[in-house]
Design a binder for this molecule. Structure first.
Ligand code: HEM
Length: 205
């Protein structure tokens, strides 16, 4: 019989649910503000701006809670970068996803009591949580308080550059969400990861 490990305590599940909902709100309102025809908007412009501002404030509060609880609960240990062999581990996992999985090979870094993420999940979660989210918060704050942004950087408007970075990072996070959901479907069975994010338990084999 497969052993079960409680990898997703309640606080992670609640944080993650709120995080996913706020991110979706921001992606939808952001797309609406950027692309929709002003005469026939996806969401009325003023409403999209309010949704985006409120969603961002809630996401930042939720993110700060993640930083604190991740540390206090000990979950931070799953985000530590190994001192040796990390590049090799990433390559091995990449090879598995691009070749091994189609040959029915065994996963090189299966989940167990100590290991919660495979190296590529690990790397992606670190980049998203500790690089991309802070970057989108800082650039978003820059556009909320434009008076704080440097007026020119090498002759280019500082606000324009801030906006550019904000939109690019938003695009990367949107792509992450699609790829993230796809990879969550590659567990021991199609919905195993989603089940774990609902009840907290992961079956380890
Ligand atoms: C929109 C729908 C989303 C779905 C359905 C979803 C689904 C899941 C599932 C099933 C897991 C558990 C399996 C695993 O660890 O890979 C997970 C974990 C995780 N997801 Fe998502 N996710 C979504 C959005 C997001 C977003 C927007 C972010 C970040 C911006 C995110 C960040 C994470 C992180 C960091 C973990 C690991 C948490 C931990 O245990 O420390 N997810 N997600």
């Amino acid at each position: 019989m497969a052993e079960k490990v409680y990898h997703y305590p309640l606080w992670i599940r609640l944080w993650h649910l709120a995080n996913a909902l706020f991110c979706l709100t921001l992606v939808i309102s952001g797309i609406s503000m950027q692309f929709s025809d002003p005469s026939r908007p996806l969401i009325r412009f003023d409403l999209a701006v309010s949704m985006h501002n409120l969603g961002a404030i809630l996401l930042i509060i939720n993110y700060l809670l993640f930083l604190v609880l991740n540390r206090l609960s000990g979950n931070l240990k799953h985000y530590k970068i190994p001192k040796k062999g990390y590049a090799g581990m990433l390559l091995t996992q990449f090879h598995y996803y691009t070749v091994g999985i189609f040959r029915g090979e065994k996963a090189p870094f299966p989940v167990n009591r100590e290991r919660k993420f495979n190296p590529l999940q690990h790397f992606t979660y670190i980049v998203v949580m500790y690089v991309l989210l802070p970057l989108i918060f800082i650039t978003g704050a820059g556009m909320f308080f434009p008076e704080l942004v440097i007026s020119k950087v090498f002759g280019i408007s500082g606000l324009f550059l801030t906006d550019l970075i904000h939109i690019q990072v938003g695009f990367i996070i949107s792509m992450f969400m699609i790829v993230h959901i796809y990879f969550c479907l590659l567990g021991t069975n199609l919905f195993a990861s989603f089940k774990s994010m609902i009840n907290g338990w992961v079956e380890v084999h």
